[in-house]
Design a protein around this ligand. Sequence first.
Ligand code: ZN
Length: 171
Amino acid sequence: MSVLQIKIYGEEILRRESKPVANIDGDFVKFLEDMNQTMLAAKGLGLAANQVGRTLRAFTIDLTQFDVLSEPRIIINPEIAEMNGDIITSEEGCLSFPGLYQMIERPRKVTIKSINLDGNEYYFEAEGLIARVVLHEIDHLNGTLFIDKLTPAQRNLIRSKLKKIKAGERV
Ligand code: ZN
């Protein structure tokens, strides 16, 4: 397993729409293991494939530090089947924006359709922090970043921070 380089805000691949995973082969499984390793090394809660250079619809999440999930999870070809519940505003960060944390609105609860490593479909319901991380990662697969959720005024306030991040600094 190897730790991959995480793409930082400003890199074009973060704005690209990712393609569904067609073949779950050995190469892809190895890539997922590397993604997982990279997320753990960076102490992130989630990591999308395009954040480490591949425009595939897959991401990993790790919420074990909050005792929310017992082990890291891999999500492949996710689709939002249902979104319900209230909107919750909470602090969010992103491995592609080192040091930046912003208050972001997200639905409290979502139902996701995904496939497992055998290619079989399954549904899962996510609530609270899991829903937040899952929706953040699905946004990545569509080329959307968490700063896109900010109002123009909020975004204006972090302009200099974004410049620094683009220049490779931590804010
Ligand atoms: Zn992110």
